[in-house]
Design a protein around this ligand. Structure first.
Ligand code: MN
Length: 224
């Protein structure tokens, strides 16, 4: 091989590698410290949840997608067409996407009530904010095994739904579809260290750290 061909081949390999790297899906950074949500969610749970569970979904998804080089690495597109993928990709793409969203639903400065259009819509569709909270708690409590509870907007109204495992309401396989406005992880890994089998205490603690600003922003985006 002459030097010109060698340089050319090296350039192709470098650009190929950079291209692969640029298509790696990244974990969203946490905007607060692991212990920032104490005492409602303990630091150890946050650390394991973010740097083990979510990191593993992310790694598994990236590795699985490497064997599908023709697929665009657009997580929303993948989620919306999830029936075309393996159950392994479904679980890990859901785990990757749901947790990226979930971290934004939490804030050390959270709690209270939503404002503006979201509060108006909650009051219209559930009767009152208190009724909404009760309904959300009820659905979250009744998820059997591992899953998520969601407040979604279906294009006309807000509704509460739940999904099993790492499924979500954007997936084409979801029985009830809609745009996520709020979500809560009710897998045991999200609360077991602090709350053991008392899922309801974890759900009630969530109201003290829920970041309504994220929900308001999402709702405005879908609604406008
Ligand atoms: Mn989780």
């Amino acid at each position: 091989m002459n030097i010109k061909n060698f340089i050319c081949l090296t350039a192709i390999l470098v650009s190929f590698t950079l291209n692969i790297q640029s298509q790696t899906l990244k974990q969203e950074p946490l905007l607060y410290e692991f212990d920032a949500l104490e005492p409602y969610i303990d630091a150890k749970t946050m650390e394991i949840h973010y740097s083990k569970h979510h990191a593993t979904y992310t790694k598994n998804l990236n590795e699985a997608l490497q064997s599908l080089p023709h697929i665009e690495k657009d997580i929303t597109k993948i989620i919306k067409n999830i029936s075309k993928y393996s159950i392994f990709i479904r679980n890990n793409a859901g785990g990757y996407y749901n947790h990226n969203l979930f971290w934004q639903m939490l804030s050390p400065n959270g709690g209270g009530k939503p404002k503006g259009k979201l509060l108006e819509a909650i009051e219209k569709d559930f009767g009152s904010f208190e009724t909404f909270c009760n309904d959300f708690e009820q659905v979250a409590t009744s998820v059997f095994g591992s899953g998520w509870v969601w407040l979604i907007y279906d294009g006309k109204k807000l509704l509460i739904t739940s999904t099993s495992n790492q499924d979500n309401p954007l997936m084409d396989i979801a029985k009830i579809k809609g745009q996520p406005v709020l979500c809560l992880d009710v897998w045991e890994h999200a609360y077991y260290l602090k709350y053991q089998n008392n899922r309801i205490e974890y759900i009630k603690a969530f109201w003290n750290i829920v970041n309504w600003q994220t929900s308001e922003k999402l709702y405005r985006q879908y609604h406008e």
